[in-house]
Design a protein around this ligand. Structure first.
Ligand code: ADP
Length: 621
């Protein structure tokens, strides 16, 4: 458990990449997503530069007003003040318009890019081979990706424009002050290195503590997750108090780390404010002395002060912006890695209903197939499987849990490829078929049927998107599902899933069968549900399945031997090997045979299944 929580911990906060040329170059890779919106982006950049430059005009014009006023005292001309003020208002108005334009354009470009990046990432994600998912915790991956993508969105829409704006203000501000008084510029810039060093030191410390807080928080989250998942255990062992104490200890550690971080941050803020305003006071003070000495005018002093606040503000923001940019570079890393992975197939928005591929006969052959899961090197799961299923045959797989039934099936589905040996479909190596084409020929009725939060009709049509209402209904009739669907007030439009009605296990199975009928596959895979159904549902399902299997090569992972008596061949698997093969009658006769033993256990109680073969509770993916 501690390994589990540590793993989760390190992924909670967004990673920050070291900012060097290489990492930046790689992050800029994602900029190709801007290319389609290049024109808008360049316009937005120009607008941003314009509005920032206009901001720089503000202190200058403000200084002019002050100067005009001091001239007026001597010369009595109010017109100077008025025209300077009017110019200033005009500049402000133009600036606001430009600002509106670039804020909007940056947002538009950013959001459009993000739509593209999100679509590409998702397309890549769902087409990745099973190996990829086997090595990762999928829920975690999804949440990490969504955090990464939000960070990238933030970067394009806010951080990048801010960074450019502040840079313009900093450089422009410093240059404009330098033009009038080098002395004051010198004073202001002298405090810069000190501030930077302090900011870097504090920044590092806060980041470390912030990460630690996140880690501690993740630990407590793990406690909540575990106890809620196993709430039955907590209750039956009456360990509420124990868990609460564990959680409380965790929370106290969160608090103490958070407080240490807050302490550092508070001192940092206090220091920065003091230092920034201190340098402003310094400039003000020496400015006042220059004014007294007649070296500069009132207006110039006003400009200095305003420029100094601009520059100081920009400097203050840089620390934050820098850390944000680090985060962004870090987040692009995972997204880029994902985009670089090769998918099994090309997923496109428009190929959902591509033309049907030439139909295979459904002859499936395994030739000395050995298999090791890529995620578990060194442990061979299948040791030389040979089998042949001619078109239309029903092949049943039985064996204890862990014998390799699901693994064998995933090789048929080409979720994985054999480590050695070959899987042949219609005499041709399965690897030679385009993957989509091959999988279109297959359909699976799983143990646990996943229904999407949509209508019953849409759920059935998942077998063949684009099927007509009549086809859907015909499939439902064949699957013995039509009658129960009709009893719902909204019929086929009834919503199922989290926000709709819940269907019983038997009903879900029949929906899955209807799906498979609609798909009309040459090769069918059935993973029998382990949970017993009432005999009426059982009968309806068996009847529907018999209809579905007719004329198709079927592989049945059987848990109840009663249902596979009529299989053309039964393969008994043990430890990744086929140990017995034959019909029910043949296998029954083998003295001391595995099948005979299993059968004796199950049929002892007079036809009613006394248990299941093995105790699988899940099919390998
Ligand atoms: P069955 O379906 O007969 O219960 P499986 O094919 O699920 O058996 O499992 C066969 C062996 O392969 C077991 O030892 C199991 O632990 C292992 N195994 C199954 N799935 C995976 C996987 N995704 N990664 C690594 N090992 C797996």
């Amino acid at each position: 458990m501690s390994r589990y929580s540590r793993k989760q911990r390190s992924d909670v906060d967004l990673p920050k990449a070291k900012l060097d040329r290489e990492s930046l170059r790689q992050a800029l890779d994602l900029f190709r997503y801007i290319r389609p919106y290049q024109r808008q982006f360049v316009l937005a950049l120009l607008a941003l530069l314009t509005s920032s430059s206009l901001s720089l005009a503000f202190p200058y014009l403000a200084g002019s007003i002050v100067d005009a006023a001091s001239t007026q005292v001597r010369g009595g001309k109010i017109a100077g003040v008025n025209s300077a003020a009017l110019t200033l208002v005009g500049v402000l108005a133009v600036q606001s318009l430009v600002l509106f334009f670039h804020a909007l354009t940056f947002a538009r470009v950013g959001q459009q890019c993000l739509v593209d990046i999100r679509r590409d990432t998702y397309a890549r994600l769902i087409t990745l081979p099973m190996v990829f998912f086997a090595k990762r915790r999928v829920g975690e991956l999804a949440s990490r990706l969504s955090a990464d993508l939000s960070q990238i969105e933030d970067t394009v829409v806010t951080i990048l424009p801010q960074f450019l704006r502040q840079t313009t203000l900093l450089i422009g501000g410093v240059s404009l002050i330098a033009v009038t008084s080098l002395k004051l510029t010198g004073i202001m810039l002298a405090s810069l290195p000190v501030l930077t060093v302090v900011a870097v030191i504090f920044g590092r410390r806060t980041r470390k503590l912030a990460r630690e807080t996140q880690d501690r928080l993740a630990e407590t989250a793990t406690i909540v997750e575990e106890t809620l998942q196993g709430v039955l255990n907590v209750k039956t062992f009456t360990n509420e108090g124990y868990e609460l104490r564990r959680y409380d200890t965790g929370l106290k550690r969160v608090l103490s780390t958070a407080m240490r971080a807050a302490w550092v941050r508070a001192s940092f803020i206090a220091f920065i404010v003091f230092a920034l305003f201190g340098s402003i006071v310094l400039v003000l003070w020496s400015g006042a002395k220059s004014l007294e000495a007649g070296e500069i005018t009132f207006g110039q002093l006003t400009r200095f002060i305003l420029y100094t606040t601009f520059v100081a503000g920009a400097m203050g923001q840089f620390a934050e912006l820098y850390s944000q940019i680090q985060k962004s570079v870090g987040s692009t890393q995972r997204v880029r890695e994902l985009l670089r992975e090769t998918g099994e197939v090309e997923a496109r928005v428009d190929n959902a209903n591509a033309a049907a591929a030439p139909r295979v006969q459904g002859d499936v052959r395994f030739e000395n197939v050995r298999f090791t899961y890529p995620s578990r090197e060194g442990i061979e799961v299948l040791h030389g499987i040979d089998l042949q299923a001619t078109p239309g045959q029903k092949i049943a797989l039985v064996g204890a849990s862990g014998a390799g039934k699901s693994t064998l099936i995933s090789l048929v589905l080409r979720l994985y490829d054999p480590s050695s040996g070959r899987v042949l479909v219609d005499g041709r190596d399965a690897r030679e078929y385009p993957l989509t084409e091959l999988r279109r020929q297959m359909s699976m009725v799983p143990q646990e049927v996943l229904l999407f939060g949509a209508s019953i009709a849409e759920n059935i049509a998942y077998g063949r998107p684009g099927a007509t209402t009549a086809e859907i209904e015909a499939a439902a009739r064949q699957a013995n599902a039509h009658d129960f669907i009709r009893t719902f007030p909204e019929g086929y439009a009834t919503q199922v899933g989290d926000r709709g009605i819940q269907l019983s296990g038997g009903q879900r199975q029949r929906i899955a069968i209807a799906r498979a009928i609609l798909r009309n596959p040459a090769i069918l895979i059935l993973d029998e549900a382990t949970s017993s159904l009432d005999s009426e549902s059982e009968r309806l399902i068996q009847e529907a399945l018999q209809g579905l299997m007719h004329g198709r090569t079927s592989f049945i992972i059987a848990h109840r031997l009663s249902t596979i008596r009529h299989a053309d061949r039964i393969l008994v698997l043990a430890d990744g090997r086929i140990v017995e093969s034959g019909t029910h009658e043949e296998l029954e006769k083998i003295d001391g045979g595995v099948y005979r033993h299993l059968a004796s256990l199950q049929f002892r109680t007079g036809g009613e299944p006394a248990g299941t073969v093995g105790h699988d509770d899940e099919l390998t993916s």
